[in-house]
Design a protein around this ligand. Structure first.
Ligand SMILES: [Zn+2]
Length: 115
């Protein structure tokens, strides 16, 4: 029994094998590309957030360098999983920048040299 009467993309009536889903290679490629884009939506969003955070840290670093800053002056979203990792000391890492927690409730941006 045929499961798909019409092409899943263009709705054109199918005339081939009973398990056929698409009328042409073009429609199959269209659907595959759509699936690929949907699969990577979360990843692309995350990469965009990390790039934005890196840019923000870059600007902050140019203004204040490694001077300690009160933690409450740091943008909250930098600490909501939009970073690339944590160091062994528990500091947040965004690209070449590390946000270090100092003992006195202050934070410090440290810039690592990229190789
Ligand atoms: Zn089609």
């Amino acid at each position: 029994m045929r499961r798909h009467q019409n092409c899943l993309v263009c709705k054109k009536e199918l005339t081939g094998r009973s398990d056929q889903k698409y009328c042409s290679k073009k429609c199959r490629d269209t659907k595959n590309n759509e699936n690929y884009l949907n699969r990577n939506t979360v990843l692309r969003k995350r990469i965009t957030e990390i790039k934005q955070n890196k840019k923000l840290l870059d600007e902050m670093y140019r203004l204040i360098g490694e001077k300690p800053v009160p933690a409450n002056l740091f943008p909250d979203h930098l600490f909501k999983e939009s970073y690339t990792g944590t160091t062994k000391d528990g500091n947040i890492h965004i690209a070449e920048f590390e946000i270090r927690a100092l003992n006195n409730g202050m934070l410090q941006i440290h810039k690592h040299k990229l190789q």
